[in-house]
Write a protein that binds this ligand. Structure first.
Ligand SMILES: Cc1cc2nc3c(=O)[nH]c(=O)nc-3n(C[C@H](O)[C@H](O)[C@H](O)COP(=O)(O)OP(=O)(O)OC[C@H]3O[C@@H](n4cnc5c(N)ncnc54)[C@H](O)[C@@H]3O)c2cc1C
Length: 462
């Protein structure tokens, strides 16, 4: 989102909330910007440390990239979904707040595939004549091809990813995969569901760091029963000072021990220190009239975010009985992947269409009406049996959200050494938290850990 649209959006919110200009006289030890998991956990820790704090949140809800559609059967998680077995702090907090955690039960088994316009059962892929792969790779699901190749890459400890001798891997993933022997057909299959902008854009070093870091986190995942959103809600409820919603921070000024934070509401707040958890894709639209190194400013402006757009369809009748294929889908079309979700009675009731990268960006450029039309048309084209049997309920674009700018931070090829060392560094009394500041941990755990660390950094300067 461009700065002009960000300001227009912020001004609209301001009109609907608070006016006129008003300066809050209280000076806090710390102002925390953002009420995703990082901001909330920073506030929880500040409270435990006896600091005075204020959390400012731009949107009208807490949770940021944790968003459970609790009113839809099958309970789609639009944001952070998987709580890995090795998420230590996340599991500790879930336990502390007495939230139920269990392996997911809502995902229907099996998958159809649509490749080159041909619809088949994924079970038939290995021997099917549209499969361009030669044995033994033809037996792999296309989604498994990327890790197959990455596992052939040089192995390094994830903590060493910024060492000088790793920088030769800071090339595009496409180039790296070609060097490992991947064919053009294989690259096209990998690109279909690649969790980034594109193989040409993404750094191989970043992808390998992620793969090596995940090795330490164990296999399998759980979810909070009733929706992951309950975790941010529980943390927020434990705060004695409620999060201020619809406070879009537009200007940060001042210096250590004396910062001012101005919001589009016209309100201004003061603090000795700041914890900024807004994703850099959102932070780059805030006027940062504070002393910051050139490196930090470059990192804020250049860190990339993965575009993800999801479409949620309600299932009105069992369309899969018409083509005798599983309800879920993996495709090489604009709609990419579909997860079939079951309701409490065990029947498939919802389709969650998950679109990454350039297809997500193409959809994001359309108006709501155009998006709706295209998604319905595409689904009917790829899977004719769905025609008249499903209904589009919701579209969520993480890249189009002005306070998010994408699903998760990643590194563009050739940028790791210019950006990564500077993302998390505190500058004077300004501390940075959020998933992007903990590159060795996965999203939810990274956000929680970063918030706690930022609060500890604040106490060191008081
Ligand atoms: C589709 C998707 C799938 C995911 N799947 C997983 C998964 O399976 N497992 C996993 O571990 N992680 C996953 N993640 C990542 C995980 O959800 C995030 O890493 C984590 O929730 C980020 O928390 P955060 O606090 O760092 O940032 P956020 O949740 O983005 O919080 C930042 C907050 O700052 C606010 N803000 C921004 N700008 C301003 C401003 N100007 N003024 C005031 N407030 C502002 C935002 O509104 C937001 O509330 C997924 C994310 C997405 C989007």
């Amino acid at each position: 989102m461009q700065r002009r649209s960000f300001l227009k959006y912020s001004a609209l919110l301001a009109m609907s909330s608070h006016f006129p200009l008003w300066a809050n006289s209280e000076k806090y030890d710390v102002i925390i910007i953002g009420s995703g998991l990082a901001g909330l956990n920073a506030a929880r820790q500040c409270q435990a440390l006896g600091l005075s704090y204020l959390v400012l949140e731009a949107s009208d809800r807490i949770g940021g990239r944790i968003k459970s559609l609790t009113n839809v059967a099958g309970l789609p998680e639009l944001g952070g979904m998987q709580i890995g077995k090795g998420y230590g702090l996340t599991r500790h907090l879930i336990n502390q707040f007495n939230l139920p955690l269990a392996p997911p039960t809502q995902f229907a088994r099996g998958q159809a595939m649509s490749i080159n316009g041909k619809l088949l059962d994924a079970k038939a892929w290995a021997e099917h004549d549209i499969n361009p792969l030669t044995a033994p790779l033809n037996k792999l699901h296309p989604a498994a091809l990327l890790s197959h190749y990455l596992k052939k890459s040089p192995v390094f400890e994830a903590v060493d990813w910024l060492a000088d001798n790793q920088m030769k891997l800071d090339i595009s993933l496409e180039k790296h995969l070609l060097s490992l022997g991947a064919s053009k057909d294989e690259l096209a299959l990998i690109e279909n569901s690649f969790n980034g902008i594109s193989l040409k854009h993404h750094s191989a070093l970043d992808a390998l760091k992620g793969l090596n870091a995940r090795k330490n986190l164990g296999r399998g995942f759980d979810m909070v029963v009733g929706g992951n959103q309950q975790l941010p809600e529980a943390i927020a409820a434990s705060l004695t000072r409620p999060v201020q919603l619809q406070q879009v921070v537009t200007v940060i000024s001042g210096n250590k021990d004396n910062y001012q934070v101005s919001c589009s509401s016209g309100e201004q707040f003061k603090a000795k220190q700041l914890i900024i958890t807004a994703p850099f894709a959102a932070l780059k639209h805030i006027d940062l009239s504070i002393s910051l190194s050139e490196e930090k400013r470059y990192a804020i402006n250049q860190l990339s975010y993965t575009p993800i757009t999801q479409a949620i369809f309600k299932v009105n009748s069992a369309f899969w009985l018409n083509d005798n294929l599983p309800a879920g889908l993996w495709s090489d079309t604009l709609i990419e992947r579909i997860f079939a979700l079951k309701n409490k009675a065990g029947n498939v009731s919802t389709l969650m269409c998950w679109i990454n990268g350039t297809n997500a960006l193409a959809l994001d450029r359309l108006t709501r009406v155009e998006q709706h039309k295209l998604l319905v048309q595409q689904l009917a084209k790829v899977r004719p049996s769905t025609k008249g049997n499903v209904e589009l309920l919701h579209v969520e674009s993480w890249a189009n959200n002005p306070y998010q700018g994408g699903a998760y931070a990643h590194y563009q090829a050739g940028t790791v050494h210019k950006i990564a060392p500077y993302v998390a560094e505190s500058e004077a009394g300004v501390h940075f938290a959020g998933e992007h500041t903990q590159p060795l941990l996965p999203g939810i755990e990274a956000a929680l850990v970063s918030g706690m660390q930022a609060a500890d950094n604040v106490t060191q300067l008081l």
